[in-house]
Design a protein around this ligand. Structure first.
Ligand code: PAN
Ligand code: ZN
Length: 190
């Protein structure tokens, strides 16, 4: 009911790339151990600085059937070795829950991986792009540009985040920079 909501409008601050009155989650390099393919480059980068890679501010207004949650993500530019800065990546705990990503600024890619078949798809995300992430699909975002990648994601309130399943084996594909352009490789071949 309308009276249950104290706030329906949240300010989107383009400068800080955050939603006001939202729950912020920050991920630094030290929290992404095991995500990057080049563990030597990872240790070297971490020894230099525990950089902030990304931040999500999430709004979870209600938790019933049919409700929606949403978040604003900012993923900073950078690389570990030749691999672009990335998000941890996850499946939704409710596997059939889909999601829509709306790119706001910057340039990046989303790596989608079908949980059942391992089939991978690389989709562009960034200014002017909207990506539909089907259910049963692990998803990870990479910043392939030189400015912050910001995006807005909307998902069912019961979606939940399952990081364990993908952390155990990591994504099958890796997006690296080769001769100045992003190239998708099999993790196993690196
Ligand atoms: C996004 C992600 C966000 C951060 O809001 O949570 O991009 O990625 P990780 O959650 O994998 O660290 C989303 O997909 N929500 O469902
Ligand atoms: Zn998601």
């Amino acid at each position: 009911m309308l009276k249950d909501f104290s706030i329906l409008t949240h300010a989107y601050d383009a400068t800080s790339a955050q939603l006001d009155d939202a729950t912020a989650t920050e991920r630094r390099l030290s929290q992404l151990r095991g995500c990057f393919s080049d563990s030597e480059a990872y240790d070297e980068a971490l020894a230099r600085e525990d950089s902030l890679l990304y931040r999500v501010t999430a709004v979870e207004p209600a938790h019933g059937n049919g409700d929606l949650h949403y978040g604003l993500g900012v993923l900073y530019p950078g690389k570990v070795g030749s691999e672009y800065y990335l998000t941890k990546g996850h499946l939704h705990r409710t596997r059939e829950a889909a999601e829509v990503y709306i790119g706001l600024t910057g340039e990046g890619m989303m790596l989608l991986e079908d949980e059942a078949t391992g089939e991978s798809r690389l989709e562009p995300i960034g200014e002017g792009k909207v990506v539909y992430v089907p259910g049963h699909t692990a998803h990870r975002t990479m910043n392939t540009g030189s400015t912050p990648l910001t995006y807005f994601g909307v998902y069912p309130a019961n979606a939940g985040h399952d990081y364990g399943a993908i952390a155990d084996r990591n994504f099958l594909k890796v997006l690296i920079e080769e001769n100045g352009i992003p190239v998708l490789k099999d993790r196993i071949s690196l």
